[in-house]
Design a protein around this ligand. Structure first.
Ligand code: ACO
Length: 707
């Protein structure tokens, strides 16, 4: 609990609840909420509030909340938007801890000022706000259904946090149909105060919730979400559906919730970094949520697939690659184990093919072998409908074997065929057995199970801290600000890199031809020369760059040519000097960047650099705090990673130094609030042990008032 904020437990297990705007009219939202609370069996005191007084659903109606004498932890506010503020004042006077504001008509339609006023007032008075623009809260631990959704909620172990009220309400019904039990369901709406991170933090430690499902459109306090998600996913699976993948979807999400949906690529990478299991669709998320709460943890990564059809086995192998499921490849062990159930023309290579003639008894034996074998950590059993395939007997065997091993080893099934098969799938699913009609669906569930297993079985990586000379960076920034600039000149950006411990090409600024020659000799030929002028941003276009200068004569000629070209390009440009740089050896060109993301705060970016970054967009993102392990994963994520490992006999490149450069660039941004963007492109990467060099560095500054 932060400061004197009320504990979230009071929200999910309130000692008393009021409905401000409990309506006497059946069908109105204020009536429905009260009806659900009463019907749900909430054991605490319930107080309908309505100036009309009287009685409602057998309860005394109070004209004002302050008339209530016993404590009220939660008030559900269902009055029109123009009276919400006074209802919130009433809550504060009564000492209510959480107000769930169902009312719409605030920031989602541009009425931001009123929403802010309510949230500010509430915060000043120690009252926390859920919403506005929400459908309410369901909490199984308090038998509390304070929503205007369906009254019959299936109780269970899945907690749902949703930004969309409509999706949330629909999910109450959908989860029931799918046989998924809920421990909690809450919508965050406009998130004027409490957001998904606050709720996730609570649900992480709530034992009844074994899985948390989040539907998100935009992220409000992303830096904190990263921290909380990392902790949550070490305890339980956190399944995330994030809409706004496409540009159109992102626009729709932004207008739908009034929040700005972040860039999807960034979200995807950061969610993965935190261990969240991102579903493509609501159905995929529900498929996972149905079976994850009861699935046993695998003991290791070796999965065996048993099939009666080669084709379906190959499809499953493809799906395993897609979803990060590792097929056991100990062929000798598999052969030894399965030879008793496999005809001579079967295959013991994983997928283990017990062939199209496999009878239910053959399946039974094969399952027995696989489940009893300690070298096999999880089993996927596939059945294609063949002439001999008896769906009912298969189902009976599947059920028996599943029950035998359900708390020991993960076992999943996929059946493919006609009406009898579909009927068996339906019946087995009702019994809570993970059976799917599509191998991709089955494997996506296994993939989710394995992501959760890896989250829990790997040590939390240690955050990497690097020391950078922030005083030196601040001096450079102050110089640029004094010159009225929102960007750093190339040599200033190089100075920032050096202050962060990143190697840059040797460089000096000459103010006359003799100085240029002297510097070239000190640096060593060949050299590069570039104009230094804040009036010329695109130096090459202005003829302000000369490469590969080998001698005193060439340096002199280049000096004159650069001045001549730049004056012709922009006659009034102030030329501060000519930079003489070491001509760097070629290396693999990568890009390293850092910026302040609207959702996640400081993030770093890495990818194949040079001119390719624009076209191939082979890039990866990570949020802070960052460990070395996560940084190395990020580097390994890009498709061009083999270029760094060394292709066609080339030596491995200095990947460790790339990782260091990424962390350092990120730390510069994180520690220097004046900087908004850093882009090193290219960062040249040399062979292992020979380091990296930041060749071109662009640094942009924030507006002084933002910094
Ligand atoms: N204190 C107590 N009760 C009050 C007060 C007050 N200050 N002011 C009014 N009331 C009573 C009214 O007398 C009325 O009771 P009655 O029906 O017995 O006369 C009751 O509160 C409701 O007031 P109405 O003026 O009738 O308001 P109505 O019920 O039409 O609408 C509502 C209120 C539901 C909050 C509406 O303004 C609204 O915002 N609707 C949208 C809700 C929504 O969709 N939220 C997002 C959910 S998520 C999703 O997208 C699905």
């Amino acid at each position: 609990m932060k400061g004197n904020e009320p504990s979230m437990k009071c929200l999910f297990e309130p000692s008393g609840i009021a409905v401000i705007g409990a309506s006497h009219t059946r069908g109105k939202i204020g009536y429905r909420v009260l009806e659900n609370i009463v019907a749900g069996g909430y054991a605490g005191k319930v107080y309908p509030i309505n100036p009309r007084g009287g009685e409602l659903l057998g309860l005394q109606v109070y004209g004002d909340l302050v008339e209530v004498e016993t404590p009220v932890d939660v008030a559900v506010v269902v009055v029109p938007a123009n009276t919400v503020f006074s209802a919130v004042e009433e809550c504060a006077r009564k000492g209510v801890k959480f107000a769930i504001i169902i009312t719409s008509g605030f920031s989602e339609i541009g009425n931001t000022a009123e929403e802010r006023k309510i949230a500010d007032y509430a915060r000043e008075h120690g009252l926390r706000i859920i919403g506005p623009n929400v459908f309410g809260l369901y909490s199984a631990s308090a038998s509390l259904n304070a929503t205007f959704g369906p009254s019959d909620v299936k109780e269970g172990n899945v907690a749902i946090i949703t930004q969309s009220g409509a999706i949330g309400i629909a999910m109450i019904g959908k989860t029931k149909v799918e046989g998924i039990g809920l421990s909690a369901m809450i919508s965050v709406g406009n998130k004027s105060d409490v957001d998904e991170t606050d709720l996730l933090e609570y649900l992480t430690f709530q034992d009844d919730s074994k899985v948390v499902l989040m539907y998100l459109e935009g992220v409000k306090s992303g830096e904190r979400l990263v921290e909380v998600l990392k902790k949550a996913t070490r305890r339980k699976p956190v399944v995330v559906i994030k809409s706004g993948r496409s540009t159109r979807g992102a626009q729709a999400a932004a207008s739908h919730t009034g929040s700005l949906a972040g860039q999807d690529r960034v979200f995807d990478d950061v969610a993965r970094q935190c261990g969240a299991i991102r579903a493509e669709s609501i159905q995929e998320a529900l498929n996972w949520c149905k079976f994850l709460p009861d699935a046993p943890e695998p003991m290791g990564e070796d999965v065996v697939v048993i099939t009666n059809g080669g084709g379906i086995g190959v499809l499953t192998a493809d799906a395993c690659e897609k979803y990060g499921v590792n097929l056991s490849d100990d062929v000798a062990e598999l052969k030894k184990s399965f030879e008793c159930v496999m005809p001579s023309f079967g295959s013991a290579k994983n997928p283990v093919d017990i062939t199209g003639g496999a009878s239910p008894d053959d399946y039974d034996k094969a399952l027995d072998v696989a489940l009893a074998n300690d070298t096999i950590d999880a089993v996927a059993c596939l059945g294609c409908q063949t002439a001999d395939f008896d769906a009912n007997r298969f189902a009976a065997i599947a059920e028996r074997r599943y029950d035998q091993y359900k708390s020991v080893k993960p076992i999943v099934f996929s059946l493919f065929g006609g009406a009898e098969i579909e009927q068996s799938i339906h019946e087995l699913k009702l019994k809570g057995i993970p059976v799917f009609s599509d191998v991709y669906e089955m494997t996506s569930f296994l993939g989710a199970l394995y992501m959760d297993y890896r989250n829990k079985s790997t040590e939390a990586p240690e955050v990497e801290n690097v020391s950078i000379d922030t005083a030196a960076i601040d001096r450079v920034v102050a110089g640029a600000r004094a010159g009225g600039r929102h960007f750093l000149l190339a040599h200033e950006a190089q100075e920032v890199m050096r202050a962060a411990g990143i190697v840059t090409p040797q460089s000096r600024i000459a103010h006359n031809p003799n100085e240029a020659i002297r510097y070239a000799e000190e640096i060593g030929y060949p050299v590069v020369m570039k104009v230094v002028s804040s009036d010329i941003l695109h130096k090459s276009d202005a003829g302000g760059v000369a490469l590969d200068l080998e001698s005193e004569r060439e340096v002199l000629d280049a000096y004159e040519a650069i001045l001549r070209n730049c004056r012709a390009y922009k006659a009034d440009a102030v030329i501060e000097g000519i930079q003489v740089d070491e001509m760097v050896h070629p290396g693999v060109e990568v890009i390293v960047g850092a910026r302040r993301d609207g959702s996640f705060g400081p993030i770093v970016m890495f990818g194949l650099g040079g001119i390719y970054v624009e076209v191939l967009k082979d890039i990866a993102f990570r949020a802070f705090p960052l460990s070395r392990e996560e940084t190395l994963n990020m580097i390994g994520q890009i498709h061009s990673y083999p270029l760094l490992l060394g292709v066609r006999g080339e030596a491995r490149k200095d990947i460790d130094e790339v990782a260091s450069a990424i962390v350092k660039v990120g730390c510069v941004l994180r520690n220097c609030s004046a900087i908004s963007d850093i882009e090193v492109n290219p960062l040249l990467v040399y062979e292992h042990g020979e380091g990296v060099k930041a060749v071109d560095v662009r640094i942009l500054l924030r507006e002084p008032e933002e910094a």
